[in-house]
Design a protein around this ligand. Structure first.
Ligand code: DC
Length: 442
């Protein structure tokens, strides 16, 4: 999956180049400006001043906006109707710029844009794609040109569509819109810190496209990272000495953010899962591990998330949500600590997995590490059983909150337990929980 963000001011040629790149790569092109244009048009037609934040915000619930793709082509239905070129007039352009400065409008469109990029590889163009909508885009380009060059292009485009406008009018409107878009308080049109800046004042469309394709090629050239290199060494050892076998590997989606939840028997659980999971895992590990020489270095190289188990670690929670939103596979152990030798269905669990799935809006794959007696041993078979993904919509969330997170985690954990053969093991007994009691004594 690849997400390419192309931001920049109007007339920089980003839509034509984004469309051509999407076609070349066989992925979809999302023109986010068209969403703002439709809302701008709606307000004009409803007699609402597009600059009036209160009136625009109040009118939003009365419109419907649907973004869909047919044969890769974007279609936007405003109140059920495709408004075609009506959104491209200078009046609609100005109205789009005005409504785009209103926080309620940006909020209204945020998830629509993010959800599209969650499900598909995209080239998305706009003003805030690299900074706000897809901060994790693999490629970010800020495409711009001098106001004169951009006005010249826009003027030619309008003339070719039979619109009778002067160059001066186009230029003046463009400068005003630039000012509006780049100085507004919310999501201004500015390059993301990690965006590649490209000025195409002196380039034609073909040259711009070549430059961008070159950037994409460079950015996406996959060098094996530390995780991949470590896996080549560790996975075969684990498969041989621990007899790790995967079951249900087809249940792991090939891309997109995911929470992978497993029962917890030993510290090496994450290695057992990683040895057979086709996707790179991001794990959450207690902060103490990061200060152990060598191991701490390895944890950092593996991009593990540091967790302070002393209380509620907001930074770790935010990092976990971000990781899942960025399309990673986050590995969580709902039991919170290792529980070897007991029936996992009787152990207490925490609500973190549900909370992360809720905030990152992602699906969950239940995983059961199934070992005879729930204890590791050399050459003893370790089954890593991947269950069917539980979709976000089936986790029973309405408005979030601790009770909902816990109920969702309980549902996930029930599925984890149903995958293994642990019902004949002794029930969990807190007084015999050496790991938890050792932690308490500390
Ligand atoms: O890209 P465009 O000219 O079609 O965009 C129309 C207006 O919408 C533009 O003036 C600013 C606004 N816009 C925005 O604020 N954020 C986006 N991601 C896309 C467009």
């Amino acid at each position: 999956m690849i997400r390419i963000a192309i931001d920049g001011p109007g007339g920089s040629g980003k839509s034509s180049v984004a469309k051509a790149i999407a076609k070349k790569l066989g992925i979809i092109y999302v023109d986010t400006g068209a969403l703002y244009r439709n809302i701008g048009l709606y307000m004009l037609e409803a007699g609402i001043n597009p600059k009036d934040a209160e009136a625009v915000g109040a009118a939003l619930p009365s419109l419907t906006l649907e973004l869909k793709f047919e044969d890769g082509k974007q279609i936007i239905l405003l109140c059920g109707k495709d408004r075609g070129d009506e959104i491209r007039t200078p009046e609609a352009s100005m109205a789009a710029s005005d409504v785009s400065a209103i926080p309620a409008v940006r909020e209204y469109l945020l998830n629509m844009q993010r959800d599209t990029a969650k499900k598909n590889s995209v080239v998305m163009d706009g003003r805030d794609i690299g900074t706000v909508i897809l901060p994790y885009a693999e490629v970010k380009i800020f495409l711009t040109a001098s106001p004169e060059a951009r006005a010249k292009r826009r003027h030619a485009e309008l003339l070719s569509r039979g619109k009778d406008v002067s160059y001066e009018q186009v230029y003046n409107e463009m400068v005003e819109r630039d000012k509006n878009d780049s100085t507004r308080a919310i999501a201004p049109c500015v390059p993301a810190e990690d965006a590649i800046f490209l000025d195409n004042s002196e380039l034609n469309a073909e040259e711009t496209m070549d430059k961008i394709l070159e950037i994409i090629k460079k950015k996406t050239k996959q060098k094996p990272n530390f995780y991949a290199k470590a896996k080549v060494v560790v996975a075969p050892l684990f498969r041989f000495f621990m007899r790790v076998k995967a079951i249900g590997i087809e249940n792991v989606p090939s891309d997109g953010g995911l929470v992978l939840c497993s029962n917890h028997i030993a510290a090496v659980d994450v290695i057992s899962i990683g040895a057979v999971c086709p996707r790179q895992l991001t794990c959450v590990a207690k902060k103490e591990l990061f200060s152990i020489p060598v191991l701490g270095w390895v944890m950092k190289k593996l991009e593990a998330i540091k967790l302070d188990r002393g209380g509620s670690d907001v930074a770790a929670l935010k990092a976990s949500i971000k990781a899942a939103e960025a399309g990673r596979v986050l590995t969580i152990f709902p039991q919170g600590h290792r529980c070897p030798g007991v029936n996992p269905a009787t152990t207490p669990i925490k609500h973190g997995a549900g909370m992360i799935a809720y905030h990152a809006k992602c699906d969950v794959v239940p995983v059961c590490i199934n070992i005879k007696g729930a204890k590791y041993g050399l050459f003893k078979r370790v089954e890593v059983i991947f269950g069917k993904p539980i979709s976000y919509d089936d986790l029973g969330f309405t408005e979030g909150g601790r009770d909902e997170y816990l109920a969702a985690t309980e549902k996930i954990f029930k599925e984890i337990c149903a995958l293994g053969n642990y019902s004949s093991l002794p029930d969990y007994d807190p007084s015999k929980d050496k790991i938890k009691n050792k932690k308490k004594r500390k």
